[in-house]
Design a protein around this ligand. Structure first.
Ligand code: NAD
Length: 485
């Protein structure tokens, strides 16, 4: 049986779809029903080689184009993505299970934003001139070469664009490997870039499990690896990339704090906690899953949060009124249920949720724990599901110390109406992405990324250019050369 979601072939290399049925089977499962909606094959060594050869061969000519020309391709691709937003959003919903209500405003649209932003920036990527008396130095900002992108399963279109757009703007070519859980959307990104005029080989997509990712990272043709994934995978990929002194960007996991002070606007704080815990069914790396609530506002916060959760509508993610989808897989759901059990066993108070939902899809209730303490497993480990933990605190100093008492450092947020306290907290947070009186927004104009175990490098904004290019310094002698003998 052929499903409408079945792509023409598993891989997109050198401007066309390519298949090698000798590769391990990848079944794509629609998380809302458990149905197999496409069957793909992981890349064989021959496919990996074809993709890297294609990217390598295309790179010099792509880099030799002017930034304006490269940018025009990216901006055209952005326009195509926006025109096809509906179809791309339906595909994203099938790939991930996220509700169409979300995908139609977040995924292809933020992918298009990245293509447009870096398309606009491409022409402005320049070196500088440094005068040294009559001599001078100029710098050339050059591409790195072939970049490998490896994606997680929560935002397959966005991740493919967040890595591809700055890489291509700088004159690199890319081989992107999506997560084996969500292999469909990146193929569309490749198709669209090609349609927009990207020469064959500039942006390639190959499928595979971790082993395919690992084989890309150590290939001598690869100059940079950008991974979005978990900390354990990040450690492996970073170490493997180090063997060839390759550039890396690591966008890894988190256990981010959200600190809500007594003086915060209650409704906004509750909205922030909902966005930072339940959007995409909690499968967001920067989620503020440790919600520190000052004692004076705790009861009101929990009451209002519980009331607002009555607005959750679970069901067919393609129904535009549904705002809460399934987990990406049953495996992920079982992991989350395991954490919920541990939370109860270790003495946290289950305020609401905690149960899986009967049926074929991988649904689970949005879950809130109160009276959580710092030592509990649910307060220490990344759950990557809809589980919010409320922790009590009394003073600002205490909140900051406890917020930072984690090996992760992806995001952190504060809700308060005290202006100076907000900025003090942000200055003290050990996190790469901070929020004041909001949470989890990630526009392409702003840098995004983590500190500590949550990663290195930044995606988005002008900062991403630093991570997809290198500087060559050129000293120009205008006079005679002085030598000691
Ligand atoms: P994962 O680490 O299991 O897999 C990520 C990707 O790495 C997949 O494509 C996988 O096939 C590949 N991979 C696995 N082993 C590999 C290896 N040895 N070498 C090369 N590639 C390998 O992560 P996941 O479960 O897909 O995603 C969830 C994780 O991603 C969470 O920890 C989440 O916080 C994190 N994440 C981070 C960000 C961010 O921007 N910081 C964004 C989304 C998700």
């Amino acid at each position: 049986m052929t499903y409408p979601t079945q792509p023409k072939a598993s891989h997109f290399i050198g401007g066309q779809y390519v298949e090698d049925t000798a590769g391990e089977v990848i079944e794509v499962i629609y998380p809302a029903t458990g149905a197999v909606i496409a069957t793909l094959h992981a890349a064989t060594p021959a496919i990996v080689d074809q993709a890297l050869t294609s990217a390598k061969n295309a790179q010099a000519a792509w880099a030799a184009m002017t930034g304006t020309e490269r940018g025009r391709v990216l901006r055209r691709a952005a326009d195509i993505m926006r025109e096809r937003n509906h179809d791309l959003s339906v595909l994203e919903t099938h790939d991930t299970g996220k509700p169409y209500q979300e995908t139609s405003v977040v995924d292809a649209t933020s992918g298009a934003d990245a293509l447009e932003y870096f398309g606009g920036l491409a022409a402005a990527i320049t070196g500088e001139h440094i005068q040294l008396g009559e001599n001078f130095v100029y710098t050339r900002r050059e591409a790195l070469g072939v970049c490998v992108g490896i994606g997680a399963w929560n935002y397959p279109t966005q991740i493919a664009c967040w890595k591809g757009a700055p890489a291509l703007a700088c004159g690199n070519t890319m081989v992107f490997k999506p997560s084996e859980m969500t292999p469909l959307c990146a193929l569309k990104v490749a198709e669209i870039l090609h349609e927009a005029g990207a020469p064959a080989g500039v942006y390639n997509v190959i499928q595979g499990y971790g082993a395919v990712g690992a084989s890309l990272v150590t290939d001598s043709r690869v100059d940079k690896v950008s991974l979005t994934g978990s900390v354990p995978t990040g450690k492996k990929v970073y170490a493997a990339a180090a063997e060839g002194i390759r550039h890396v960007t690591m966008e890894l996991g988190g256990k981010s704090p959200m600190v809500i002070f007594d003086d915060a606007d209650l409704e906004n704080a509750v909205s922030g906690a909902i966005l930072g815990n339940f959007y995409s069914t909690g499968q967001v790396c920067s989620n503020g899953t440790r919600v520190f609530v000052q004692k004076g506002i705790k009861d009101a916060f929990l009451k209002r949060l519980t009331e607002r959760l009555e607005g959750v509508k679970m069901g067919d993610p393609l129904d535009e009124t549904v705002n809460f989808g399934p987990m990406v897989s049953d495996k992920q759901r079982q992991i989350v249920l395991g954490y919920i059990k541990k939370g109860v066993a270790e003495g946290a108070r289950l305020v609401t949720g905690g149960q899986e939902v009967d049926g074929d899809g991988f649904f689970i209730q949005p879950t809130v724990f109160a009276d959580v303490t710092d030592d509990m497993t649910i307060a220490r480990e990344e759950i990557f599901g809809p589980v919010l933990s409320v922790l009590d605190f009394e003073t600002e100093e205490e909140a900051l110390t406890r917020a930072n008492a984690t090996e992760f450092g992806l995001a952190a947020g504060v809700f308060t109406n005290d202006l100076t306290r907000a900025h003090r907290m942000v200055a003290g947070f050990e996190a790469g992405t901070c929020y004041i009186n909001t949470f989890n927004l990630a526009p392409v104009e702003a840098p995004f990324g983590g500190s500590k175990l949550s990663g290195v490098g930044r995606e988005n904004s002008k900062a991403a250019i630093e991570h997809y290019s290198q500087i060559k310094g050129v000293y120009v002698g205008m006079g005679d050369v002085e030598a000691p003998f």
